[in-house]
Design a protein around this ligand. Structure first.
Ligand code: NAD
Length: 325
């Protein structure tokens, strides 16, 4: 361990912290210093697994001079509190998605980032893939013409037990579809959405949502976020992104890399998933070390993702199409 490395602290040490810890082991120039978790038993277990410090409080973590930057990985309702705690203590932050519970909270997080001069990067991991960067480049160059349609489809079954620790898929998964769509095809102006529960027996929340979107550029998008079932077809929409233009198409799928071993919450290991987290954390570390560059998807994108989520919820509740503004 080298002190010129970036020291990282974890606030929240649930399931996703396992992937972030694996990411840090792959990255030169950064290491995990320690973690805090609300439940002490889990904190003891995770600190032992990672061979890192365990802090008694989040304050102790953010005030440790060995910690330069913090990953906020608690439930979404507490992201603002811990991100602000870290930034006000002079630490850069990577905040897991969805960034916050309301648009106002994400705006507040942005104000704190500006006032403190600290990096506040949304945990928008799915776009941290070389083939999606290439897709963005050819779309921006105009090589596939005008965007006709964009599809971002997520179909990965999650057990009711795992889902019971998370909000429904509108809050938990759709953010991934939204920032990916915005990265490639631009901002939404109107949405129409539906949701259903097809496999939970006790949980009173949706396990699937489908959303149709009118885009600012005049094209249309279709998004699916589902914990209800795996897609076992020959060309599965496990996590699939497609942009069709008037002069070409781009396509990306998790199913190009599948390992026959159980993932943390998935029936298989989708190799690209860990890779997106590793690439995202590497990008964060580079921003922190170089003090230059930008997140691939920033706080303004997170504000728009949250505005769109709230429009989707209104569309579902009222049975109408809803403007995103
Ligand atoms: N980027 C991704 O692909 C991805 C995947 C899974 C989860 N996540 C996000 O990561 C975060 C954590 O999810 P997880 O899968 O690790 O869930 P988890 O249920 O395994 O862990 C939740 C964590 O939140 C903590 N927590 C819950 N309520 C709290 C409170 N009131 N105060 C402080 N801590 C509290 C728990 O102690 C635990 O550390 C969530 O924001 C989630 O949306 C992102």
């Amino acid at each position: 361990m080298n002190r010129s490395d970036l020291g990282i602290g974890f606030i929240g040490a649930g399931e996703i912290s396992i992937l972030h810890a694996r990411a840090l082991k792959e990255i030169d120039g950064a290491h995990l210093v320690g973690l805090w978790n609300r439940s002490e038993q889990r904190a003891i277990q995770r600190a032992r697994e990672e061979g890192c410090k365990r802090y008694a409080t989040p304050d102790e973590l953010v005030n440790d001079p060995d910690v330069d930057a913090v990953l906020v990985m608690t439930n979404l309702e507490t992201h603002l509190e811990y991100a602000e705690l870290a930034m006000n203590a002079g630490k850069d932050v990577l905040v897991e998605k969805p960034l916050c519970a309301t648009v106002g909270e994400v705006e507040q997080m942005k104000r704190t980032a500006v006032a403190s001069g600290k990096i506040c990067m949304p945990g928008h991991n799915m776009i941290h893939e070389e083939s999606l960067k290439r897709a963005k480049k050819i779309i921006e160059n105009g090589d596939i013409g005008d965007i006709v349609s964009c599809y971002v489809m997520y179909n990965i079954q999650h057990s009711e037990e795992r889902a019971s620790t998370l909000p429904g898929v509108v809050r938990h998964i759709l953010t991934h579809n939204l920032y990916t769509m915005m990265y490639l095809a631009g901002r939404p102006v109107r949405v129409q959405a539906f949701k259903a529960n097809r496999h939970y027996e006790k949980l009173d929340q949706e396990d699937i949502t489908l959303v149709n979107v009118e885009l600012e550029n005049g094209g249309l998008a279709h998004l699916c976020a589902s914990f209800a079932a795996d897609d076992l077809s020959p060309a599965p929409w496990t996590f699939t992104v497609k942009v069709i233009g008037t002069a070409g198409t781009t396509h990306y799928t998790y199913n190009d890399w599948v390992e026959v071993k159980q993932g943390i919450s998935h029936s298989h290991t989708y190799t690209a998933y860990q890779e997106t987290i590793t690439n995202e954390v590497r990008h964060f570390v580079e921003l922190c070390r170089s003090r230059s560059g930008q997140p691939l998807s920033d706080l303004e994108d997170a504000i728009w993702a949250q505005k769109t989520t709230e429009a989707v919820e209104k569309s579902i509740a009222d049975g109408l199409s809803v403007e995103v503004k």
